[in-house]
Design a protein around this ligand. Structure first.
Ligand code: SF4
Length: 124
C-alpha cells in the first residue's frame, strides 16, 4: 500500500455528491474495488501466491475516481513493482483468487490493472 495505494493530495472534506461528476458505471466499479479489505485470502488461495487481485483492487479503486488522478500514472507501476520486490508470484489466470475472496472482488480488475500499466508506460 505504501508504494502508491493512497492519495497524497489534500482532498479536503467530503463535498456534495453532485460536484464531482463520475458516471454510474465508473462509480460502481470503483466502489466494487474499494470493497477489498486486504485480508489476503486471494494470495493464500493462489497456487502462485500472486497478490494481483489485491493490488488490482487497490489500484482500480483510485484510478476510477477524480481523487486518484494526480498519481494515476505512477501508482500502478509502483505498486506492481513493490509486489514483485516482495516476492509475490505471477498471475496465471486460474481465478482461484476471485473464488476465495469474501468481498467478491472480480478478476476483471486484474485486466483493468494491466491496461493501467500499459497506459502508464506508454505515457512515460
Ligand atoms: S481476498 Fe478479496 S478482500 Fe481479501 S485481499 Fe484479496 S481481493 Fe481483497
Amino acid at each position: 500500500m505504501s508504494a502508491g495505494g493512497f492519495t497524497s493530495v489534500n482532498t479536503g472534506t467530503a463535498v456534495d455528491g453532485n460536484v464531482l461528476l463520475v458516471g454510474e458505471a465508473r462509480a460502481e466499479s470503483a466502489m466494487d474495488a474499494a470493497a477489498c479489505i486486504g485480508c489476503g485470502a486471494c494470495v493464500a488461495a493462489c497456487k502462485n501466491a500472486s497478490a494481483m487481485l489485491f493490488v488490482s483492487a487497490k489500484v482500480m479503486h483510485l484510478a476510477q475516481l477524480p481523487q486518484g488522478e494526480p498519481e494515476r500514472k505512477t501508482r500502478a507501476v509502483n505498486m506492481v513493482a513493490q509486489m514483485d520486490k516482495e516476492g509475490f508470484g505471477s498471475c496465471s489466470n486460474t481465478g482461484a483468487c476471485e473464488a476465495a475472496c469474501p468481498k467478491e472482488i472480480s478478476v476483471k480488475h486484474i485486466a483493468k490493472l494491466s491496461r493501467e500499466i500499459l497506459k502508464s508506460k506508454a505515457c512515460s
